[in-house]
Design a protein around this ligand. Structure first.
Ligand code: 13P
Length: 288
């Protein structure tokens, strides 16, 4: 199966009360680890690519070509969506042009009027091409210059208004942030999530900042309509720890331990472990 939009997989997840993981990729090893794990667990999967990661991998065309070829060569049969994470208006157009199958338009930097206008335009464009589109309400904070924002809580009425523009899934801020959570984090705002779900009905909701959210909160969020959970930092931390261990144990100094295929192997296995744990927690195993 080639790349598909995330619309159907998330509709199914919402009805089935589980969530599909979006795992952000950074390179070939990351992509391979996520795809192999999804196939092993018979789970649908969304590969997330930020604009920065796309640039790092030399551009949207490179990413699309790599992912499409890898799905074919690895004989991946589970549903796979290639999704632009926090795309700008220009980035969204470039990713669509390059063959991404799903887009997030992050209009948080625009005025509300401009955000609505651009969301409508991109939604029409995406749907004419069979591509899914995610929009965001209540910007999702995180660490910026060493200061960790607590995460904005979205207004349910604004969520309804954006959902009505025809998008396929909605990221609503409920106190979640990207990266590690600070010690004084007070948790997800479930009253807000409940109110948002009541206003938006069948619309699959997206939880960004999946790293470090306690398991009980993840399960409760899924029970209140979250159907897609984004994970980025946690895979990076797993990769880092395993790679550090390999070097600290001096394994790179033994025989051909310096060979990148050996050097990157423990980190790649650790990403697989991270993805597996998340898919089991999110309930997407055997839902392909
Ligand atoms: P984390 O890095 O906190 O897991 O967040 C990922 C994310 O939300 C990507 O959009």
């Amino acid at each position: 199966m080639g790349l598909i939009s995330a619309t159907e997989m998330l509709k199914k997840a919402k009805v089935g009360k589980y969530a599909v993981g979006q795992f952000n990729i950074n390179n070939l090893e990351w992509t391979k680890s996520v795809l192999l794990t999804a196939q092993e667990l018979n789970s649908p999967v969304i590969l997330g690519v930020s604009e920065g990661a796309a640039k790092y991998m030399t551009g949207y065309k490179t990413v699309t070509a790599m992912v499409k070829a890898m799905v074919e060569e690895l004989k991946i049969t589970v549903p796979v969506a290639l999704h632009l994470d926090h795309g700008s208006y220009e980035g969204a157009k470039a990713a669509i042009e390059a063959g991404f199958s799903s887009i997030m338009f992050d209009g948080s930097h625009y005025s509300i009027e401009e955000k609505i206008e651009k969301t409508k335009e991109l939604t029409e464009l995406c749907h004419s091409l069979g591509i899914s589109i995610e929009a965001e309400v209540g910007s999702i904070g995180g660490e910026e210059d060493g200061v960790v924002g607590t995460g904005e809580v979205a207004d349910p009425n604004e969520c309804k208004m954006i959902a009505d523009l025809g998008i396929d899934f909605l990221a609503a801020g409920i106190g979640n942030i990207h990266g590690k959570y600070p010690d004084n984090w007070t948790g997800l705002d479930f009253d807000a999530l409940d109110a948002i779900q009541q206003k938006t009905g069948d619309m699959p909701l997206v939880l960004h900042g999946g790293t470090g959210i306690p398991e009980d909160m993840i399960k409760k969020a899924i029970s209140l309509g979250v159907s897609k959970i984004n994970v980025n930092t946690e895979c990076q931390l797993y990769f880092q720890e395993a790679t550090r261990k390999y070097i600290e144990e001096g394994k790179d100094l033994v025989g051909k331990g310096f060979d990148p295929r050996k050097l990157l192997a423990p980190g790649s296995a650790a990403i697989q472990e991270c993805v597996k744990e998340k898919m089991e927690l999110f309930g997407s195993v055997n839902k392909a």
